[in-house]
Design a protein around this ligand. Structure first.
Ligand code: HEC
Length: 167
């Protein structure tokens, strides 16, 4: 599902919640508006986060920045039409993507998204990193997000899981 579709879906679910609240013909306090639900946010695996931090430092930091701050002017393509590396922190949109999509982008590279007329500079790491490294680096990225971004990403992951082992 594209980012725009995801945002629309979340917006639609929130609207549906509002309608249900209004149909009850009473003014509901905001806190009682039903929200799209997900199981409670899981605790991150400290070992994986440590491994992921190493994987990140060795493979990703050169482009995405030591602290995930991204490259300057990352929203503006260079003269070759290629975009700089975006941040992974709350100011970027890595946290908008579910686990499955994050895995795909890291494993198969940005080109795997098949965006027309888009030349991606995000390499495919499938031949240099194994499954556990990729999962660990995703776990590490999660450890850098504030609670709200983690919640959003956890919600997006409900229908977009990591591939099962061996796939
Ligand atoms: C050579 C520079 C480079 C390296 C190294 C690199 N990336 Fe990227 N990455 C990019 C660029 C550029 C993009 C922006 C999208 C595009 O151009 O395809 C990107 C996009 C992404 C995205 C999608 C972000 C979004 O907002 O949708 C993720 C996730 C990501 N990279 C993770 C990683 C991880 C994890 C590593 C290390 C294992 C890594 N990248 C290493 C350049 C790089």
């Amino acid at each position: 599902m594209s980012l725009v579709n995801r945002i629309c879906l979340v917006a639609a679910l929130l609207m549906a919640g509002l309608l249900v609240a209004c149909a009850g013909n009473s003014v509901q306090p905001a806190a009682s508006i039903p929200r799209p639900s997900a199981p409670p946010l899981p605790t991150l695996d400290a070992q994986q986060v440590l491994l992921g931090a190493r994987v990140y430092r060795d493979n990703c930091a050169a482009c995405h920045g030591a602290d995930g701050e991204g490259q300057p002017d990352w929203k503006v393509p260079g003269p070759d039409g290629v975009y700089p590396a975006p941040p992974h922190d709350a100011s970027g949109h890595t946290w908008h993507h579910g686990d499955g999509l994050l895995y795909q982008i890291i494993n198969e590279g940005g080109a795997s998204l098949n965006v027309p007329d888009f030349k991606s500079n995000m390499p495919a790491f499938g031949s240099t990193l194994n499954d556990s490294d990729i999962q660990a680096v995703i776990e590490y990225l999660k450890s850098t997000w504030p609670e709200q971004e983690r919640q959003t990403q956890w919600l997006a992951s409900q229908n977009d899981r990591l591939p099962a082992p061996g796939q």
